[in-house]
Design a binder for this molecule. Sequence first.
Ligand SMILES: *Cc1c(COP(=O)(O)O)cnc(C)c1O
Length: 378
Amino acid sequence: MKRYLFTPGPVPTSRGVSLAEAGELIAHRGADFSELFLRIEKKLSLLLRSSGRTVIFPSSGTGALESLAANFTGPGVRVLSVSCGIFGDRFREIADLHGASITGVDVPPGEGVTPQIVAEAIVANSGTDVLLLTHNETSTGVLNPIEEIVSALPKWKKPLVLVDGVSSVGAMPCYPEEWGVDGLATASQKGLLTPPGLGLVWLSERAWERAAGKKCGSYYFDLVRQKKDLYKDAPENPYTPPVSLYYALDAALDTVTADGWFATRRRAADTFVAGAEALGFKPLVADKKFRSAGVSALSLPNGDISDVTKSLRAMGLEPAGGQGALRGKIMRIAHYHDVSWPEISLMLGALYAALGSARRGSGNFIEAAFDVWEGLAK
Ligand SMILES: *Cc1c(COP(=O)(O)O)cnc(C)c1O
């Protein structure tokens, strides 16, 4: 049976992206690669509204986070980590592993990080060198207002602001330069609609200066070492890049930089959640202004949702379950790729059927049809 991915990474890739990925390989030392790289950088500049270049690692998103931690934290660096879920916790753990002194602030799952929470924590920890934030917390479907958070920071000693944008970039506005962010990490397989395998890092001018004066605890993820080769007129990667994924990213960037793309993601998420609520599901994120446009987390008022998740999978639709303490309690449906009315109605219909089959014998019309498909009909 055909399977439809609704997971928040990987996301289904378009035909155009798959065809681009299948292109003939080129050598990664030479003019062809430089041209490809500069074309991607130009599109990323447009997407991030930044003049700076981005470093692209053959790694997953965690590698991009590790790179930020390796270049900007370490022994003696005072880090304030504000987390509202599993990925915020992970960023903190990576910085901890690199030897930084960590102060953690935790926001409960499903709630967003407010500018006030962060500003108060910074005032209470006035020696903070580095602030770790998550833009879109994928484990709960929370979108944090990074622009407002950064602009509410005390101006007199602004820490270096490092943001996990692994599941926001490409699907929702993320403008690090305009917002005063210093380091942004992202990855290919979520909002950027590319197969897994690329980790991307963007830095502010201030962050590049800071990195230049600091020894990095990693050879592979050393951003200054990368910059030496990437900031040439004819850029090349210091190490072998996965060229096929660059082809795919180049093609996918045309989709996510098209006019109206962010608005259609928002519309898809809001439409889907409205339908799910009408079916009796409860969005984990109660406050609408914190709801992600890329991934929506749903629970069932009477507890366990895993039967619904199981039924969806049996019907060929692949949602993501809950992680950690939310396992069995929530289901997550992604809207990163080009989902519009056909896919939304498909998913809502399947949810309706799944609710029926969780209470087998409810006799709803989709259940009746699915019973024929499965050979269960009498
Ligand atoms: C997916 C994700 C990560 C981890 O990315 P990998 O590519 O799985 O390493 C980190 N942070 C956030 C917010 C994510 O959604």
